[in-house]
Structure formats: structure tokens, C-alpha cells
Design a binder for this molecule. Sequence first.
Ligand code: 13P
Ligand code: SF4
Length: 365
Amino acid sequence: MQLAQIKFNTFESISDEDCQQRIITAKNKLGKNLVILGHHYQHESVYRHADYTGDSLKLSRVVESLDAKYIVFLGVHFMAEVANILSRPDQLTILPDLAAGCSMADMANLSKVERSYRELSKVLSFDEVVTPVTYINSAADLKAFCGEHGGIVCTSTNATKIIEWSFKQRAKVLFFPDQNLGRWSGHKMGIPLDEMPVWDPDLPLGGLTEAEIKKAKIFLWKGHCAVHQMFRLQNIERFRQEHPDGKVISHPECPFEVCAHSDYVGSTEYILKTVTESPKGTKWLVGTELNLVNRLANQMKAEDKLVQFMSHVICECSTMARIDPQHLAWCLENIVNNEPVNIIKVPEDEAKLAKLTLDRMLQVS
Ligand code: 13P
Ligand code: SF4
């Protein structure tokens, strides 16, 4: 039976505790019709309800194996878009709060990418053309752009492999929107920093000279993650002074010097695995979002491991944090009422091209 849609304002005043109970009740009612996916940056109050947790790559792979009619994504908008693109047409992807975006993803848009690509093509000769590579943290229309122009998507796990693949197609890469991931991945491949200039899409020719464009191997879009940008080399130096036997692990969205002075660099899933599998009593400084680090620190206490956050200021992803128990309970109860809300649906033509690049990525990685 179809009932009227429940408005979110009726959930605003419900306590976290009551929402927890309502989430469990709705999950039980929906049974196999529902799957909840949770990114590692989600707050514990909703993360605990996820059937699958992971980084962007792992969650993309999971989607393809799901049978449930409803896929509720505890994460940000681009992740729900990917889930929609990779799922079957009869499945519905739901993002509990539509305002959960990614500020880094918003640093690139289709008109700027199209203009940049056109400008580069004018300067470069036929055999120097550019492969567009978009980080998965980007809108679906940018993934579609890559699909249309022989490009590809990457995640923080596979960026190096994907750039290697891209160089097999063409001589140069336009990497957007995260300059830090692009720079770190290129550096790991042995590309000198002066062959990876920053491309500022708001300036003519990206702010580069024709000579700089000809010399470049990777054009790094002027974009970054505001959360990871907060981590500093000084945080690492202080930790190493206090704990000379400690280890430092960072996400590749961190500034270059932070990655370069870390013992390990990798995706959120890699960070969790590396710290979890380390010997008892190990000490860690972790450069990634606060919710992940707090959860890990709590879990590792039992093994006498010290897990320290890399910054003294709070670096929480405020958009990830928009998914709270109230929004989750609200959208689950609307599904129970057969009135699903916040459905993420990428337009068909865009989804087709975006799927091409995502499939390409899943094959290459
Ligand atoms: P992961 O793919 O490593 O989980 O990263 C996603 C993200 O948004 C990091 O800021
Ligand atoms: Fe986007 Fe940064 Fe938040 Fe990741 S941590 S979702 S890159 S704003």
C-alpha cells in the first residue's frame, strides 16, 4: 500500500537513540530488499548500520554484485551517482541527505573541463594529445566526458595504474580535480615535478606558457580536498620526535610533502588494513578524515596500538557528516511506506558514457 511521503522536519526533533531503534526496525522490515553501503568517513552512528563498508573502489565493485531493490548510500553525492550508474535499472539508489556533496568534486565542472581540453588541443600537435583522467570524486558528467574522449576514471587505490594505462593511449594526461592525488601518483611513476604543472582552469591556457604545456606530462587541475589540505609536515616532525619508532600513514589527497614524509600512503581501505594488521603496540600517526581515525583509534586500543590524528584542529568532512541517524531513519521509513525519497538518478545518456569509463577502470585495476 502506498502512504503519503513523510516530511523530514518530523524527524528533526527525534533523538539519536530513538532513530537508532527506528533504523533497525525499518531494516528488519525491508530485509533483502535493502542494502546499505557505508564509506569509511561516515560517523559511527550511521556507519554501524552499513551492510558493506569500504573505500570508493571497493564500494564500486560491491554495487555490481547486489540484488537488493534499494541501495542506500552513506557517503557523498558522487558515490551515490557511481552506485546508480553501476547498478541495474530496476534498482534505486538513495542518498539520505542530498546536501552531502564533495567540495573537491565541485572544483571541476563540465564547461571548465571542456574549455581546458579545447585549449590544450589547440597548443599540442596531433601526436601529443591528452587523455582526460577524472578522480572518482567528480560529477557524473565529467566521467561521461572522459568516456566520450577516450579517458578514464581512477580512485585513490588505483590512480598510478590508471595513469600508466593513460600514457599507453596518449602522450599527456589532464588529471582532475585533485592535484595532490595526481602529483603523488605521477611522482611514484618517476615523473619529475616540473613536468606536472598546475592547470588553473580560470586562467587562459591554464596559466601556463606554450613551452610549459609542450614539456608537461600531467596537467594537474587546480583542485584539492579542504580536509586533507589541513595536514602539515610539522605534524609529522612533531610525532617523529615524540615517537621515533612510530609510523606515519596518509591518504594521497594530502599535500605532496606530507605524502613524501609518510611511511605509507594509500586509500582509506588501505589505511585501515595496514594499521589493523600491524603488530601489537605499534604507534601510528594517521593523515585522513577524523571519523575514520577516531574509529580506528578505539578499535586498536585493545591491541595496545596508539593511533593519533595528524592535526590538532578538527578535520572532519562536513558534507559526509550530513548523513546522520535522523536522515537515515527518515529515508528508510519512506522506503517502508513505498514512497522512496532522495533517489539519485543520472540521466541515461550521461550514465552510459560514465559507465564506459568506470568499467574501463574496473578492468584496468
Ligand atoms: P577513498 O576512495 O580512499 O575512500 O577516498 C575517498 C575520499 O573522498 C577521500 O577523501
Ligand atoms: Fe570530498 Fe574531501 Fe570530503 Fe573526501 S574528505 S568527500 S575529498 S571533501
